[in-house]
Design a protein around this ligand. Structure first.
Ligand code: CTP
Ligand code: CA
Length: 227
C-alpha cells in the first residue's frame, strides 16, 4: 500500500518516467555508460505514485529498488529505452525524462570480445566509431498529441542559459535544471524549473522532497494542459 499521507494530486493521471543511465555495448563484455544513479527519477516515480498516479518507470541499469505501486521496465541501451517508451507515450498524461541517455553508441557492437592479440606495447589500439543515439525526449515531444513533457538538464556551468536553450530546442514546456555532476549519486540536490514564463528555484533538499514538489508543480500544469 502506497503512503496515504500525500494529497492525491495526480489521481487518475498516468505518468511515464525514464531514469538512470543507458549502456551502449562495445562488445559482449564492454560498454559505454555514465555515472547517473537513477535516484532522481526513482524519487519522482515514488512521489507520483504517492500522489495517486499510475506510474511506468523505464529504467536503465541501476541498483535501486522499485518504488511501491510502480510498474518498472528495465532496459539497457538508448534505442531499447526509446522502443519501451514510444508505444506508451500517447496513452500517458505526462512524460518525465530524467534518464542520462548516452548521446552516442558504438556504431557497430562486436559479436565477440575484442582481443588484444599482441604482446604488450605492440597491440593495435581499436578505434571506436560512434553513432548518434535518438533523442527520446525530443521524439516524444514531436508526437501529434504529446503528453506533458518534462526534461532534465544536468549542467556543469551556465545552468539556466543551457536549460532555456534545451527547452526551446526540444520544444518542451518544462525543463528541470540541476548542477551535475556534483549532484550525481548524492541524496541532496538543488533544482531550477525553467518554463516559458521564467525560472523558479527549489531550494536544496533531499531528492524525495524535491520530487514531491515537482509532482505538485506538474499536477498544477496538467490542469491547463493541453492549453
Ligand atoms: N534526452 C533524451 N534522449 C537523449 C538525450 C537526452 O531523452 N538521447 C533527454 C534527457 O533525459 C533529459 C534531456 O533530454 O531530459 C536533456 O538531456 P541532456 O543530456 O542534458 O541534453 P542533450 O540534448 O543531450 O545535450 P548535451 O548532453 O550536449 O548537454
Ligand atoms: Ca546528453
Amino acid at each position: 500500500v502506497v503512503s496515504h499521507f500525500q494529497p492525491k494530486v495526480l489521481a487518475g493521471r498516468k505518468l511515464l518516467i525514464t531514469a538512470g543511465p543507458t549502456y551502449e555495448a562495445i562488445d559482449p563484455v564492454r560498454g559505454i555508460t555514465n555515472r547517473s544513479s537513477g535516484k532522481m527519477g526513482f524519487a519522482i516515480a515514488r512521489a507520483a505514485a504517492e500522489a495517486g498516479a499510475d506510474v511506468t518507470l523505464v529504467a536503465g541499469p541501476v541498483h535501486l529498488p522499485t518504488p511501491q505501486g510502480v510498474r518498472r521496465i528495465d532496459v539497457m541501451s538508448a534505442r531499447d529505452m526509446l522502443d519501451a517508451v514510444l508505444p506508451l507515450a500517447a496513452s500517458n498524461d505526462v512524460f518525465v525524462a530524467t534518464a542520462a541517455v548516452a548521446d552516442w553508441r558504438p556504431a557497430q557492437a562486436a559479436d565477440h570480445k575484442i582481443k588484444k592479440n599482441a604482446a604488450p606495447g605492440e597491440a593495435q589500439v581499436p578505434h571506436l566509431a560512434l553513432a548518434e543515439n535518438p533523442d527520446i525526449l525530443a521524439t516524444i515531444a514531436a508526437l501529434p498529441h504529446p503528453p506533458l513533457c518534462v526534461g532534465f538538464a544536468a549542467e556543469s556551468q551556465d545552468l539556466v542559459k543551457h536549460a532555456r536553450e534545451k527547452r526551446q530546442r526540444k520544444n518542451v514546456p518544462l525543463i528541470v535544471g540541476n548542477l551535475g555532476p556534483a549532484t550525481f549519486g548524492q541524496d541532496d540536490n538543488t533544482l531550477v524549473l525553467v518554463d516559458a514564463r521564467g525560472e523558479r528555484e527549489l531550494s536544496r533538499a533531499d531528492k524525495l522532497t524535491l520530487a514531491r514538489e515537482l509532482v505538485r508543480d506538474i499536477a498544477q500544469r496538467l490542469t491547463t494542459y493541453p492549453a
